[in-house]
Design a protein around this ligand. Structure first.
Ligand SMILES: [Fe+2]
Length: 388
């Protein structure tokens, strides 16, 4: 079997790992980092977990904290201008998926020279080059962006969430410290947790799955399945937070090596057109897309259900697959996931955008990785089904 395997060079994983930022920088030879984060990390003081060790070590740094949720091209350009005159030799991306994706895009664009728009790098372009070593430190569990060769940036001119893929987007190193996720609010915990579960499941059923991505996906499903509801209900449950954080990183490794599929392909346009958080738009789609895809990869979906603890080992595939569908509906209920209607999206504006959304979903390439490959009509049908 031929495989291309992608992973960060080093991952420091564990409770309090973020306090070891200085050792990580030394190992990579970074002495003048730019920290890319969001305003909440600064106002909550979470950023102090890495700034204090840097201060104590006498390491100078700059902080760009203007990143926004679901990052847009204009913020990437702001970041490029911020960094333009700085003498920096590395980037620390600190926060949820949005600051990490923003840092990746800044790093890719900075390596490309002046005046090149970020849309020039979207798939099928292969973004293998970036300017500086990037260390990702996630605070949510999570997008898995710390371990992937992808970044997703919205083109504000076209309302398109662009997928940018390549080694330039793959962090050189990651620090995975679940302590940083302990104070994440329930809604974000739910949305990012379902995103991580979706990564694991889509990587496991992807047409591009391989032995290595399967290994990561199996670990991720085992870690995430039993803890997804727990972290939402019991935010202080350290064991559950730890399992979810590691599970999210493993899921990131899984989909970085197998790609995501139809859920993500259809989810990005919902996020871009209606400003639904990424994990929540995945959750809106996950039951319907899984129902559509189930019989095209029944043994895989059934194994995923058993790994996640949704079905006993003794269940035959058909029954385990049915239990998976039941559980996906019930997880959405338990985690308070709204459908598009309940989110406040009117049926008329939904229907009006559907042709563009379907075209953007197909153009992203992700639907082609799905076990059952949809045409435009199938995608339109699923979009129509979920707006109830
Ligand atoms: Fe995702």
């Amino acid at each position: 079997m031929d495989m291309n395997v992608f992973a960060p060079r080093h991952m420091d994983i564990g409770s309090g790992a973020s306090s070891r930022i200085v050792a990580m920088l030394a190992r990579l030879g970074v002495t003048r980092p730019l920290i890319v984060t969001d305003p909440i990390m600064v106002s909550l003081g979470l950023i102090d977990r890495i700034i204090e060790p840097l201060d104590q070590a006498g390491i100078g740094y700059h902080v760009f904290s203007e990143t926004v949720p679901e990052p847009v091209d204009t913020i990437i350009e702001t970041g490029i201008r911020f960094a333009a005159g700085l003498d920096i030799d590395g980037i620390i991306a600190f926060g949820g998926g949005s600051p990490i994706d923003t840092a990746k895009a800044i790093n890719i664009l900075r390596g490309a020279g002046q005046g090149v728009p970020i849309r020039d790098f979207k798939v099928p372009y292969v973004a293998d080059h970036a300017a500086l070593p990037l260390i990702a430190i996630p605070t949510t569990a999570g997008t898995g962006s710390e371990a992937t060769r992808f970044t997703v940036i919205t083109d504000t001119a076209t309302d398109e969430k662009m997928l940018i893929a390549g080694l330039g987007a793959l962090p050189v190193a990651a620090i995975v410290d679940f302590e940083l996720s302990m104070s994440v609010p329930p809604r974000t915990t739910a949305d990012t947790g379902i995103d991580a579960f979706t990564h694991a499941l889509e990587a496991f059923v992807s047409r591009r799955a391989n032995l290595v991505s399967d290994g990561y996906a199996r670990i991720a499903l085992r870690l995430i399945g039993p803890h997804l509801r727990t972290v939402y209900r019991e935010p202080d449950n350290r064991a559950a937070r730890e399992a979810m954080m590691l599970g999210a990183t493993m899921a990131g490794l899984a989909f970085s090596n197998a790609s995501v599929a139809l859920v993500h392909g259809m989810s990005r346009p919902i996020g871009a057109h209606f400003h639904v958080p990424h994990g929540m738009s995945n959750a809106m789609l996950l039951p319907a897309v899984t129902r559509y895809s189930l019989n095209a990869a029944l043994p895989r979906y059934a194994e995923a259900a058993r790994l996640a603890g949704f079905a006993p080992e003794s269940d035959a595939d058909q029954l385990a697959g049915a239990r998976l569908l039941e559980q996906l509906d019930s997880i959405n209920h338990d985690l308070g996931v709204p459908n598009p209607h309940a989110f406040g999206i009117g049926r008329d504006s939904w229907d009006e955008r559907l042709p563009v959304m379907a075209a953007q979903a197909l153009a992203s390439g992700s639907p082609a990785n799905n076990p059952r490959v949809p045409d435009t009509a199938a995608i339109l049908d699923i979009y129509a089904q979920i707006h109830r």
